[in-house]
Design a protein around this ligand. Structure first.
Ligand code: FAD
Length: 502
């Protein structure tokens, strides 16, 4: 009987634990056993998770490149749809029975709904069909159960988490072992499963952006991801600690879309950076060490999701912050989404997203926002406009090509001071100072806010103050929708009240 590998958010053949284990299983016990790959499209799951159309498109393009890689190994890829998420178990059972499968392998997921779904599928397969299910933990380099405080609890603060995580990674070599490639099926698989080799998965998904531009910016596939990784390490890794905070420079890796689709594993990234850093993680080159630490944040937020599942159920990490009374000013939220707040740096950041959401502008859309800007626009929405961070979180998920529940939720809760070791609530970014600090010449703003492209570097950060009313009116650019100092006072009063600090 055959072996099934169910791909989900691990669209790669290299360094894929479950795939390798499935491949080894298919070699046990003689001939006429084949490894079969499965992918299930569940529109209901996409919708429930607010997945952006542009992200789904990226995933579908990667599914096509995955199929090409599997073809070379004579592994057929079966693609099924489950109109409702409750249909998933039936779909897997159907494939198991049609294709005479005895063992099913997959990579465990972290989110509550997916874990519940997997439990149901496992029960259905093991109890009803007598099929053996093997789940592999491969979402994190170090399993969430392994990183514990001295008292055996999960960490809720990044720095001690990261120190323990680094110690484990450095002392137990298995964490950074790259898994071998799966073996090819015997060549006759091509004939036996001919119809599956002929059928292609959907290679795109409709989205409102420039399709060719998105393909150019984010080509699909493992080869592309590895080329980017190597290029980043060689050309920018050592300057990362300096370049990463300048939005107008491409100082970061832009690997997040690939990491989140599982086209690349976090382990592959850490191994590449560590090798370039003479096998060091917490010391050595400043840039490489800082980059590895950012990957540590990715791990941290994944661990948080497992240890504190309330964060993926629309709850704040710090429940007491749920007492904050958010503004119901929808117009402000709308202006924020449209990049019309009157704060150029916020708008420049938002326009990245605006383009993504509406494709109205002729600027090139990216589907991606620089980390510094994510922090600035998130802080502005929550602390200047007093809008519930969950609205921003949802809007981001709906818009980003790299939308990821753990990192997005972690990033929003950090920015909103409701999260793990979030910003203290009284730290409120001043958009003007952020703008001057991170975009001193205003180049990033000029790129994304064309109304302001003729302004000098002295004028561009705060045009309504720097220009005469007449000059300002000619720009066709809005005045700031709030007074930052007043907004800050209002926010601080509300937060203090909610936390009973007042
Ligand atoms: P690099 O700077 O090259 O870093 C390498 C990798 O490390 C990233 O690809 C990412 O996987 C990880 N990483 C870096 N910074 C962080 C961080 N602060 N938290 C967690 N992981 C990190 N990241 C997402 O992948 N998906 C999201 O939906 C997402 N939403 C965010 C929302 C907010 C409000 C904030 C403040 C941050 C969010 N981030 C998110 C984290 C971060 O902004 C992105 O991971 C980063 O900008 C991706 O660009 P890069 O690949 O060039 O990163």
């Amino acid at each position: 009987r055959n072996v099934l590998m169910w791909f989900r958010n691990d669209l790669r053949i290299r360094d894929n634990k479950a795939l390798y284990a499935a491949s080894m299983r298919s070699k046990v016990g003689g001939n006429n056993k084949f490894l079969i790959a499965l992918y299930i499209i569940s529109e209901e799951e996409w919708k429930e998770h607010d997945e952006a159309a542009v992200k789904i498109d990226f995933w579908m393009r990667n599914l096509t490149t995955l199929k090409a890689s599997l073809d070379k190994l004579a592994i057929p890829l079966v693609v099924k749809t489950a109109p409702k998420k409750t249909d998933v178990a039936k779909v897997v059972e159907g494939v198991v029975s049609d294709m005479d499968v005895s063992h099913v392998f997959w990579s465990g997921e972290l989110m509550v709904d997916e874990r519940k779904r997997d439990r149901l599928v496992r029960e259905a397969l093991e109890k009803h069909s007598g099929v053996y299910v093997e789940e592999h933990e491969d979402q994190c380099i170090v399993s969430p159960e392994d990183v514990r405080t001295k008292t055996g609890n999960p960490y809720a603060v990044f720095t001690p988490f990261y120190n323990t995580w680094c110690r484990l990674v450095e002392t137990e070599p298995h964490y950074l072992e790259i898994t071998e490639m799966p073996d090819a099926n015997p060549p006759e698989a091509k004939e036996i499963f001919a119809e599956h080799f002929k059928t292609n998965p959907p290679s795109s998904h409709p989205h409102p952006l420039d399709i060719n531009e998105m393909k150019r910016r984010y080509p699909a596939g493992e080869d592309e991801a590895h080329t980017r990784l190597e290029k980043f390490i060689q050309e920018k890794g050592k300057g990362y600690h300096q370049g990463r905070d300048v939005p107008d420079q491409d100082g970061t890796s832009v690997l997040s879309p690939y990491l989140n689709a599982g086209v690349l594993s976090t382990r592959q990234c850490v191994v590449a950076a560590r090798t370039a850093n003479k096998n060091k993680i917490q010391s050595g080159d400043e840039g490489l060490k800082t980059w590895i630490k950012e990957l540590g944040w990715r791990e941290f937020y994944r661990h948080i999701l497992v240890a504190f599942p309330r964060v993926c159920m629309s709850r704040a990490f710090q429940p007491k912050t749920e007492r904050v009374q958010w503004s119901d000013n929808d117009a402000h939220f709308q202006l924020w989404t449209e990049g019309k707040t009157g704060f150029p740096i916020v708008d420049a950041g938002k326009r990245y997203l605006l383009l993504l959401a509406s494709c109205m502008r002729q600027l090139k859309a990216t589907g991606y926002m620089h980390n510094r800007l994510r922090m600035i626009v998130a802080c502005f929405l929550v602390k200047d406009l007093l809008v519930n961070w969950q609205k921003g979180e949802k809007y981001f998920m709906n818009s980003l090509i790299d939308g990821d529940l753990a990192s997005n939720n972690g990033g929003w809760q950090w920015s909103a001071s409701t999260g793990t070791d979030s910003q203290p609530y009284f730290r409120v970014f001043n958009p003007l100072l952020q703008s001057k600090r991170y975009d001193p010449k205003g180049e990033y703003i000029r790129r994304w806010v064309p109304e302001l492209k003729t302004l000098t570097e002295q004028q561009i950060h705060d045009p309504s103050q720097a220009l005469s009313p007449k000059e300002f009116a000619k720009l066709g650019y809005p005045k700031p929708i709030v007074d930052h100092a007043e907004a800050k006072t209002k926010y601080l009063e509300e937060f203090k009240r909610a936390l009973a600090l007042a």
